[in-house]
Design a protein around this ligand. Structure first.
Ligand code: GDP
Length: 319
């Protein structure tokens, strides 16, 4: 094993950060090194509870992650926090870039927090977060929390890399439930109606009731995902939340669905990697580049249909 791999295995946080920087790099020579690093560490991965957390901006994701992260660290767990942030793919910004949002957790010896990688496609960002997750596991983190904001595509990406996908709703969600995309409700393995404190407590309970009904309809015939209420300010419900997640994971391990889900995820990842690579190789070909420019002109002029031009371009593929 390389020096870096050994240092990561030893729990050296600087080495873990360096390893993640390596897998995030887009330089061709780094890509080979990153692959060698991941390959060396692969036998030591897979051991964490991987939990995704989504919710609209302001619903309290970072506050919750800090609260449960600190509890878990205090109980002896080693917690890593990663982010998939579509806005970072577009603008270079990052939901975790502002480290002050989890300042206490960031200082804890058992915690490792990594802002979202920059990248030019969400697919690329998500792929690198998957690899970062493996490195965190190899470094001995037994809980990995992956945060994302509520946009369809990034939610699908995160749900595709975790064992449990938690949706956070605000107490006002009762009124808004109609507006919450069915897709994310279907992806959720559990829901927490957050900020259930003070004046918001009663609304949160009502929202949870409505959400439970909606979940029963969506999952008729099976046990619906748990719907809980909680507050990161008062800590109400946070113990129950982690217990519910643990119970679901335990059940999934017992009935085989845990292993099946991970197998499906890694298979999907392979397919995704093939698609990305094929596309990049095709588009990077200078012959294709020139033909693409000509085809663009032609479709703009209305001389040829985009679908026909695409077929002609794809016929340039080298075998
Ligand atoms: P994020 O954008 O989802 O990460 O949300 P933040 O964690 O940054 O929180 C957004 C705002 O909600 C902040 O002003 C927090 O102080 C507040 N907040 C977070 N958790 C709670 C909570 O449990 N109860 C209440 N009342 N406010 C909260």
């Amino acid at each position: 094993m390389s020096e870096l791999a050994t240092a990561i295995r030893g729990g050296d946080r600087k080495a873990l950060a360096r390893g993640i920087t390596l897998v995030e790099s887009r330089r061709a020579d780094d890509a080979l090194q990153a692959e060698a690093l991941l390959q060396a560490l692969l036998p030591h991965t897979g051991g964490a509870a991987r939990v995704g957390i989504t919710g609209a901006p302001g619903v309290g994701k970072s506050t919750l992650i800090e609260a449960i992260g600190l509890d878990l660290c205090a109980a002896g767990h080693r917690v890593a926090v990663l982010a998939v942030d579509p806005s970072s793919a577009l603008s270079g910004g990052s939901i975790l870039g502002d480290k002050t949002r989890m300042h206490e957790l960031a200082r804890h010896d058992n915690a490792f927090i990594r802002p979202s990688p920059g990248g030019d496609t969400l697919g690329g960002v998500a792929a690198r977060t998957r690899e970062a997750l493996l490195l965190c596991e190899a470094a001995g983190h037994d809980v990995v929390l992956v945060e994302t904001i509520g946009t369809g595509q990034s939610e699908v990406a995160v749900a595709g890399m975790v064992d449990f996908f938690l949706l956070l709703l605000s107490p006002a969600a009762g009124d808004e439930l109609q507006g919450i995309k069915r897709g994310v409700m279907e992806l959720a393995d559990g829901v927490l109606v957050h900020k259930a404190d003070g004046d918001l407590a009663a609304a949160a309970d009502r929202a949870a009731q409505q959400c439970m009904l909606a979940m029963r309809v969506l999952h008729s015939g099976t046990t619906p995902p748990p719907v809980l209420v909680g507050s990161s300010l008062t800590k109400r419900g946070l113990g129950e939340l982690w217990q519910a997640i643990g119970a679901r994971l335990q059940q999934a391990r017992a009935d085989g669905s845990f292993a099946a889900r991970r197998a499906r995820q890694i298979g999907d990842w392979l397919e995704h990697a093939v698609r990305e690579r094929l596309l990049a190789e095709f588009l990077d070909d200078p012959v294709v580049g020139a033909a693409m420019a000509r085809a663009r002109d032609e479709v703009v002029r209305g001389a040829i249909l985009p679908s026909a031009a695409a077929r002609a371009l794809l016929a340039l593929r080298r075998h």
